[in-house]
Design a protein around this ligand. Structure first.
Ligand code: NAD
Length: 480
């Protein structure tokens, strides 16, 4: 069968995999190859056990893989054959040198640009899918043009707005698709080619075209605005706990204003995920580099407020449990940064686990999808416990039932057995329906529940016998 377009996607991660699966489903006239430097990731995509959990993704992969969707490690071959190349590699926060802790680490992205230029034999449209600092396309163009090989590259910015956990729905029914291009004849022609692909399933009025720099900056701004709403409501949750106001009533009252809207006004233990902190800090760094100190300070506060919320949660656990959690068992319900994903990047649970271990608690972690990632995130916790004066014999991560500091336990009832407290960190819907009487019976008394997502029935838990601590509203305790 001959295809109208050959599409390549470099980077088979949380964005590249689902995005290309949906394009493959909706554009049977396109042949799509997704490549990655990680042979392990590619072989997972080609197996029955795909590397990421995303509702609905499995089904689309089964429908399209081997038909017009292929996963491969042959990056050079893919570049040679492609008309359009999506670049969807990771752009984490830099951990070294100038801008460490704030700027984007562009090494993966730059390597990709060099690989493209070295292997291309015909004109290409390059689509930035990764989230990048504003004006990155300019650097991409410089690298691509430096080859002097008479090949034309047109760079477009097409930032991805999907959210993990709802990625397939977001891709199938996006609020909008944003395509940035140069306003030259070639730029507009390349943008029109990409518009045609999305127009296979996205209504034309939802496909927004813009200049390259607006498209790049819009993605950082969208994430900054979303995170800002969470930090704003979380800041008020602290005030509620001092004043007997109730954060859920405030969210409802404030969110009912149509100018404000109700989404992203739910208080929590803090936001996580691979993008929010990274993208805001990147925005802060860009503002600083243009000497816009007030702009930088304004946005940095969103991240600081999030750090405060995580810290406050742990401090509350310690304070309410009679100022010590040493040698007490705390069961963490949920490790993913939110429900419906196994992703734990930047999850508040990582910080909370480490702090509890520093306080010498025993931590047992349960999560329906994220325990494999939790194991990787907590590597080195053995050292943390040892530095904290523990013998190495009873520290570290374990899946069994030894005396280890941190245990990963798939069954929540097992995780909570003999625990002094449950701290609910991820809003998995199945946690609402647990048998809390059974949990209560198996725990040490007095039994505590810290609901970091305010999803549980607090009154009912109190009646069972728990001491209950939600966020931003009154707690229910059996103490005098
Ligand atoms: N995860 C999200 O929810 C989300 C949403 C919107 C945008 N984004 C942005 O999309 C980009 C990708 O994010 P992700 O979550 O998919 O990251 P990821 O880490 O899951 O995937 C990136 C993949 O790129 C591969 N890679 C790195 N360098 C490569 C190279 N030179 N050649 C081939 N493959 C290479 C890595 O091996 C990895 O598999 C980031 O810029 C991110 O900010 C992410």
């Amino acid at each position: 069968m001959s295809f109208k377009k050959n599409i390549l996607c470099i980077g088979a991660g949380y964005v590249g995999g689902p995005t290309m699966a949906v394009i493959a489903k909706k554009c049977p006239d396109c042949r799509i190859v997704v490549v990655d430097i990680s042979a392990e990731r590619i072989s997972q995509w080609n197996s029955d056990n795909i590397p990421i959990f995303e509702p609905g993704l499995d089904k689309i992969i089964k429908e399209t893989r081997g038909g017009n969707l292929f996963f491969s490690t042959e990056i050079e071959k893919g570049i040679k054959e492609a008309d359009i190349i999506f670049v969807s590699v990771n752009t984490p926060t830099k951990t070294f040198g100038e801008g460490a802790g704030m700027a984007s680490d562009l090494q993966y992205w730059e390597k990709t640009a060099h690989t493209i230029v070295e292997n291309a034999e015909s004109d290409k449209i390059i689509v930035e899918k990764s989230t990048l600092p504003v004006r990155t396309a300019e650097a991409m163009e410089r690298i691509l043009k430096a080859s002097n090989r008479n090949i034309k590259f047109e760079v477009l910015s097409n930032p991805e707005f999907l959210a993990e956990g709802t990625a397939i729905k977001d891709l199938l029914e996006p609020d909008r698709v944003l395509i940035g291009s140069h306003k030259t004849e070639e730029g507009l022609k390349a943008a029109a080619t990409l518009v045609d692909i999305y127009a296979h399933w996205v209504p034309k009025e939802k496909i927004i075209t813009a200049n390259l720099w607006s498209a790049e900056l819009s993605k950082l701004v969208a994430n900054a605005f979303l995170a800002q709403r969470i930090s704003s409501i979380n800041s008020i949750s602290a005030l509620c706990e001092k004043t007997d106001a109730d954060i859920s009533e405030i969210s409802y009252a404030v969110g009912s204003d149509s100018r404000i809207g109700s989404k992203f006004l739910k208080t929590s233990v803090g936001f996580g995920g691979s993008c929010f902190s990274k993208d805001i800090l990147n925005l802060v760094y860009i503002a600083q580099s243009y000497n816009l100190k007030e702009v930088a300070d304004y946005w940095e506060m969103v991240v600081k407020m999030n750090d405060y919320q995580k810290r406050r949660f742990v401090q509350k656990i310690i304070k309410e449990m009679f100022n010590t959690v040493a040698n007490k068992k705390i069961a963490l319900f949920g490790f993913a940064f939110k429900a419906d994903t196994g992703d734990t990047r930047d999850s508040p649970a990582i910080y909370i686990t480490k702090k509890l271990v520093e306080e010498r608690a025993f931590v047992s972690i349960t999560d329906p999808k994220a325990l494999d990632n939790a194991r990787k995130d907590l590597e080195g916790i053995e050292r943390l416990a040892a530095e904290n004066g523990e013998g190495s014999g009873n520290s570290g991560i374990a899946d069994g039932h030894g005396g280890e500091r941190v245990k990963l336990v798939p069954d929540p009832y097992e995780a909570a057995r003999d625990a002094h407290a449950i701290a609910l960190l991820t809003e998995w819907v199945e946690y609402k329906d647990l048998d809390f009487e059974k949990l209560y019976r198996s725990m040490k008394k007095p039994a505590f529940i810290f609901d970091g997502r305010n999803i549980l029935d607090h009154k009912k838990l109190y009646e069972i016998g728990f001491n209950v601590y939600p966020i931003g509203m009154s707690h229910f305790t059996h103490f005098e």
